[in-house]
Design a protein around this ligand. Sequence first.
Ligand code: ATP
Length: 306
Amino acid sequence: LYLFYLTGPIGMLVEGATQLQTGLAAVTRLRQVEELEVEELTPGAPAASGGTAPAALVFTDVRFHYSQDRSPALDGVSFEVPAGSMTALVGPSGAGKSTMFALLERFYEPDGGSITLDGRELRDIPLPELRAALGYVEQDTPVLAGTLRENLLFGAPEVTEDEVAAVIARTQLTDLVNRLPEGLETQVGHRGLMLSGGERQRVAIARALLRKPRVLLLDEATSQLDAVNELRLREVIEEVAATTTVLVIAHRLSTVTSARQIVVLEAGRVRAAGGHTELVAADELYRELATTQFVASGEAMAGNAG
Ligand code: ATP
C-alpha cells in the first residue's frame, strides 16, 4: 500500500478520499495510482504561508448534504476549537464526524454556514496552504515498506535532524528506535520489521507532526492497545494538544477524558458539548457511548475527567 507516499493534489485527494470513503470515482482513481512506484512520486507538501502556529477552528451553522434526496449529513453544526487545545468529536456511527473532516479538508463545500481557520473562511484559503495547515492522521494507519526514517519524513518539507529527534521523543518512539537493529534506517512494514498497533499510530502522529500542522486532525484507531501503549498514546496526545490544536474523532475513553471539550454529534447536529464528567451526568447518549462504545482500558468511566 503506497498511498501514504502520494502528496500534492492527487495524493491528497486519493489519500483523503480513501480514508473518508467518499465514493466510487475516488476508488477508481485510487486503483489507477495504486500501481505507481513510490520513487515516481514527488514527496514534499507545499509550505504553509500561514506559519506553523496553532490555529483556531470555528464552525458556524454548517450544513451539508451528500445528495439532495438524502437527509443532511450536517444540519446546522456550530462549535469552536480554540487554538492550542484538544476537542474530541464523539457520536454514533453516521452522526457526521468524518463528514466534518471531509469539509475541513475541502473535499466538499458546505451548503451553508461557515468554517474558519484563524478567522479566515476555508474557501478563501488556497488549497495547498489549507492542506499544509492540516495534519491528518487516519484510523489504523499502515506502515509502508521502507525505513522508519522514510516513513517519518515522507511529505515533510525541510526537516532538520534536531526536529526529527524532538518529534521522536514527543511521540515516545525513542525506545522503538533504540530497539531496532539499524535505528531509523531499519526497514519496516511488510518487507521489514513489523510494528505494533500502538507504534504504528505513534509513527503516524510523528509523521503528521513533522509537517508542522496548525491543526492536527486525528481519527483515532479503534483497535485495542495494551495498557502500556494505551498510556503512551494518551500521554502523546496530551503532549501534542498542549502546543497544537487537535480535533480528534475519539474512540477511546482515555482520549475523551484528556480533551478540553467533547462535542457530541447525533444525526448531523451537536447534541451536547462539555467535559467528560459533565456530559456523563447530563447527557444520556454520551453516557451510553461512554459505557458501550469507547475502547476502555480498565479505567473507571467517571475517572480522570479533564
Ligand atoms: P462513523 O463513526 O461510522 O465513521 P460518522 O459519524 O463519521 O460515522 P459520517 O461518515 O460523517 O458519520 O456520515 C454522516 C452521514 O453521511 C451518514 O448518514 C452517512 O451515511 C452519510 N455519508 C457519509 N459519506 C457519504 C458519501 N460519500 N456519500 C453519501 N453519503 C455519505
